[in-house]
Write a protein that binds this ligand. Structure first.
Ligand SMILES: NC(=O)c1ccc[n+]([C@@H]2O[C@H](COP(=O)([O-])OP(=O)(O)OC[C@H]3O[C@@H](n4cnc5c(N)ncnc54)[C@H](O)[C@@H]3O)[C@@H](O)[C@H]2O)c1
Ligand SMILES: O=C/C=C/C=C(\O)C(=O)O
Length: 490
């Protein structure tokens, strides 16, 4: 890849097809978490800027050609958008690498192609949608139309900025809505390219808008704005609650994808040759900053010693380093503030008498990465599943092994959480695989695998992990209003 790190980028708001400064010219800095170098100065939207973006998106929805053009025409533009994303995949992955600190090779191989597919998938899905028809004997016939809702605020987190934004933008646009994207203020760079990508794909001005700034200001302005009809949010549970309160007065439609604390349950009959490498991925991918992370590893006591030895060895072998190095498997944490949050759990673990298996300190790194927010892959054993280590979403490379004796105990521990985004089960026993999958209260269960995604499948959380589902027709239902038309035949 090119060395894109050397220049400080100027990133504007994107409103009505133009990159623009904030009305008061205010900007904020974005740093590379591997080095603390400033990599961008980003325009920080004022309330008036958000207001303008909302008017523009409303006008594009009401008066523009987007929602009235044929589905075929709209979807052709979206497919072009997907192609451009693929053409620019190195640039997009490069920006996420310096902005989030995620390994470039993984972003370019997995996340950016998935982002392109998010857009293409929903274009194809929309075009292949049938409809519902309900004849009432010979007297009447009902048919159902799925119409766009209006202006959507798409609010996304910093851990997977580009892919998660396209996961919302694809169905939003395919259905004929207009969008105001609000990326996380820590990682706005890759998402800001979506403006020029949309323009190049022929999407009319005003359909895609991007505003930057703090969630408490810009996010609040969007979620309280009377011209915003729906809010699709991915982020923390605490922010989800705030957004729901803020949007209540204007009765917006909400979709929430929130936090997680998944149980990764390893039974004694598991194939450890598969379970260990995949559990390492589930624990440390993106430095553990993944909502789906298998951060509670429940291990049957009969295989505990073997599991610990092998998991520890694999964790210690993970190459931690420069996100731009092809060998790197784990980069830094995203920011100083987040580093402090994650490392505070090292103290909590001590206070709660957890046993440290490996990690728990900064790795040894070359001089130029000395300022990076690095933490070694860190593994604890904790017998008490009620502890904070086992209950709270740490969102870093810190995982806890919790031993269990019986299936009933494993299930009790797995469900003893306020979250319910996903669960993972390792067993060679088919009946047990089904039994556990049915009994774990979470939106996705992976059996003998992790993070395998079919975009048609429902994706979302039970309990405090979310409200609603994304994926296939679930996304399309959120981004449309169903209208029934009843016609008298006589
Ligand atoms: N379920 C999922 O699919 C999924 C996927 C990725 C991340 N997550 C979750 O996201 C969290 C990490 O992301 P984060 O720290 O960026 O989350 P966050 O909640 O702090 O921020 C997410 C976004 O919300 C904005 N925001 C903050 N306060 C706001 C407010 N009052 N009104 C409107 N917008 C506001 C932020 O600026 C950001 O763009 C974790 O909890 C993780 O589990 C969930
Ligand atoms: O960190 C969270 C990852 C979320 C993944 C998805 O939303 C997805 O794969 O659709």
């Amino acid at each position: 890849m090119t060395n894109i790190q050397t220049k400080v980028r100027e990133v504007g708001l994107y409103i009505n097809g133009e990159y623009t400064k904030a009305m008061d010219d205010a900007t904020f800095e974005v740093k590379n978490p591997a080095t603390q170098e400033v990599i961008a100065r980003v325009s920080e939207a004022t309330i008036e800027d958000v207001d303008r973006a909302c008017h523009v998106a409303r006008n594009a929805f009401e008066n523009g050609p987007w929602r009235t053009m044929t589905v075929a025409e709209r979807c052709a533009k979206l497919r072009r958008m997907a192609e451009i994303i693929l053409e620019r995949k190195e640039e997009i992955a490069g920006l996420d690498a310096i902005d989030v600190g995620k390994p470039f090779h993984s972003a370019v191989q997995h996340e950016v192609p998935r982002a392109a597919n998010n857009i293409k998938f929903f274009a194809d899905f929309m075009e292949n949608q049938g409809g519902e028809v309900y004849p009432m004997e010979e007297e009447y016939i009902n048919y159902t139309r799925y119409e766009p809702v209006g202006v959507a605020a798409l609010i996304t987190p910093w851990n997977v900025p580009f892919m998660l934004t396209t996961w919302k933008l694809g169905p939003c646009l395919a259905a004929g809505n207009t969008a105001i994207i609000k990326p996380a203020e820590m990682t706005p760079l890759s998402v800001s390219l979506l403006g020029e990508i949309a323009k190049e794909a022929g999407i009319p001005d005003g359909v895609v808008n991007i505003v930057h700034g703090k969630g408490s200001v810009v996010g609040t302005a969007l979620t309280t704005h009377p011209e915003v009809d729906l809010v699709s949010f991915t982020g923390s549970t605490a922010t989800g609650k705030r957004i729901m309160k803020n949007g209540a007065d204007s009765l917006k439609k909400f979709s929430f994808e929130l936090g997680g604390k998944a149980a990764n349950i390893i039974f004694e009959d598991a194939n450890l040759d598969k379970a260990i490498p995949v559990s390492i991925q589930a624990a440390f991918m993106n430095s553990g900053q993944v909502c789906l992370a298998g951060s509670r590893i429940l291990v049957q006591r009969t295989i505990l010693d073997e599991f610990i030895n092998r998991f520890k060895k694999a964790a210690m072998e993970l190459k931690v380093g420069d996100p731009q190095d092809a060998e790197t498997r784990m980069g830094p944490l995203v920011s100083e503030e987040h580093y402090k949050k994650v490392t505070s759990y090292l103290e909590i673990a001590k206070d709660e008498n957890a046993t440290l298996i490996c990690g728990g300190k900064r790795p040894e790194l070359p001089e130029y990465l000395q300022n990076g927010y690095y933490l070694e892959p860190t593994v604890y054993i904790q017998e008490n599943p009620k502890t904070r280590l086992c209950q709270e979403e740490i969102f870093g490379p810190v995982v806890t092994i919790i031993p269990f004796d019986t299936e009933e105990e494993a299930l009790r521990i797995a469900n003893d959480t306020e979250y319910g985004l996903n669960g993972v089960v390792w067993t060679e026993n088919l009946q047990r695989a089904h039994r556990i999958s049915h009994a774990v209260r979470a939106g996705t269960i992976w059996v003998n695998c992790w993070f395998v995604r079919d975009l048609r499948a429902p994706f979302g959380g039970f309990k405090k992990s979310g409200v609603g589902r994304e994926g296939g027709h679930h996304s399309m239902e959120f981004f449309t209003e169903a209208k029934n038309i009843c016609i008298a035949l006589k």
